[in-house]
Design a protein around this ligand. Structure first.
Ligand code: ASP
Length: 441
């Protein structure tokens, strides 16, 4: 059974961490396809190679040499630390000269992954395989999933022991094109789908997804198993370990993702599996009601009250039209009989548009009362277990009231696997801790 193992920037940061990567790959006979990021930060305050390359691209011509030296030094340190006899001077020369001749931004910033893959391939005795020939983008710059899958499966299916650089592919004119930052996760998922991997192992520097943000609950438990749906709900609320787009290729193909820690390889990490696999018994996890808790601060709530709103056809449509007109995306809309609240994430818009939308709501929808709250934090309590057990909401509300947290709004997602609670920003940490204690202790 072939596996895809993707190693992130911290795993590829220096010779010591790359030696750990090599141990992991070498100890697993199924580790046939390896995808890598560019070297990341070696310690707090350090600069990732991708950021060095971004600086290199933006530097004035007179400064370019000095900035490129830093990139070179990162790789030369790694090569020396690993005791390799690898000469990358023709690659450095090509990158440097191409940049001077006006090579694209995407080409320049993708070279960290390119060199990183070359180094690891040499160290573990695998073959380097360039992603540019199999990961394709169309003429508009959009990722072409089907063409990629065809090219990648044809090219890779009968290959083995290859290291592939993450983060980039090429467009219809064969120019290098990158994904957004963190995109090596996406590359790994694409390769996993193409070779129909038994599992996509994503090796990073944490033990997996935590039940709650460790800045709030210091000793939070690691989630052993998560469904793709739960992952989506938690990531949307800010829990980030994986690039969001990395889920689609493997989810569709039913391939599980295993988040692992390069620096604690014996820890099982977090498995992300299709819900059908849990139902059929293929995957098993301890019975729990709540899988994870995540949240974000600084939402805006526009509370609207209008007599007989309940019977008025088209009232919500009018409000949604107003938001649409001002390019504001709606996050949630809990409704009462003659009341409703529009919840907006200000990050997706700007103050002028919000103010203009409020003015239009007042003049067009003519509410009896309108109130705008700015300091709302949203907290999502997520778990498939909730749909089968009664009393979860009661437990959530009781523990919040015991902690003296005032609930400003409640929205239970129609999937019945997510209860969203709005509290004041200042109560956010307290509320998260109270829910964690209630369901974990
Ligand atoms: N090196 C790229 C970045 O820093 C891509 C990646 O690491 O996944 O965003």
């Amino acid at each position: 059974m072939a596996k895809v193992l993707k190693f992130g920037g911290t795993s590829m940061a220096n010779a010591d961490s790359i030696a750990k990567v090599a141990d992991i790959v070498k100890s697993d006979p199924d580790a046939k396809y390896v995808v890598v990021s560019a070297p990341g930060k070696r310690a707090k305050g350090d600069v990732k190679v991708t950021d060095l390359l971004i600086n290199f691209y933006g530097a004035l011509e007179a400064d370019k040499k000095a900035v490129f030296e830093k990139v070179k030094n990162r790789f030369e340190d790694i090569i020396a630390g690993l005791g390799l006899n690898l000469d990358l001077s023709s690659d450095y020369k090509e990158i440097y000269e191409s940049a001077l001749e006006g090579a694209s931004y995407d080409y320049v910033i993708s070279r960290g992954e390119y060199l990183s893959a070359k180094v690891l391939a040499e160290y573990i005795g695998y073959n380097f395989f360039d992603a540019a020939s199999i990961i394709k983008f169309d003429e508009k710059g959009a990722f072409d999933a089907e063409l990629t899958n065809e090219l990648a499966s044809n090219a890779l299916y009968n290959l083995s022991d290859v290291v592939i650089p993450g983060f980039y592919g090429s467009n219809d004119k064969n120019y290098i094109k990158t994904f957004s930052r963190g995109g090596s996760d996406v590359s790994g998922a694409i390769i996993a789908r193409a070779i129909n991997a038994s599992i996509y192992e994503n090796w990073t520097d944490v033990n997996g997804f935590l039940v709650c943000d460790p800045r709030i609950v210091e000793d939070s438990r690691v989630i052993d198993m998560l469904t793709f749906r739960e992952l989506r709900e938690l990531s949307y609320m800010g829990a980030s370990v994986l690039h969001p787009e990395s889920v689609f290729p493997v989810r569709e193909a039913g391939i599980p993702i295993n988040i692992r820690n390069t620096f604690a390889p014996s820890a099982p990490g977090t498995m992300i599996v299709p819900v059908e696999g849990l139902i059929s018994g293929k995957y098993r996890r301890a019975k729990r009601i709540v899988t994870g808790i995540a949240g974000k601060k600084d939402f805006i709530g526009i509370y609207i009250e209008r007599q007989m709103m309940n019977g008025e056809v088209g009232f919500c449509k009018m409000l949604l039209d107003i938001l649409y007109r001002h390019h504001i995306s709606l996050e949630h809309m809990p409704t009462g009989i003659d009341t409703l609240t529009l919840i907006i994430d200000p990050v997706s818009t700007n103050e002028t548009s919000i103010q203009a939308a409020i003015d239009d709501i007042i003049s067009e929808a003519q509410p009896n009362h309108i109130e705008v709250t700015r300091n709302l934090a949203l907290l999502a309590v997520v778990g498939h277990g909730m749909s089968r057990s009664m009393g979860t909401a009661t437990r959530v509300f009781k523990c919040l009231s015991d902690a003296k947290v005032n609930i400003r709004m409640i929205d239970q997602g129609s999937s019945e696997m997510n209860i969203i609670i709005a509290v004041e920003n200042s109560d956010y940490e307290k509320a998260s801790r109270a829910i964690y204690e209630e369901f974990e202790k």
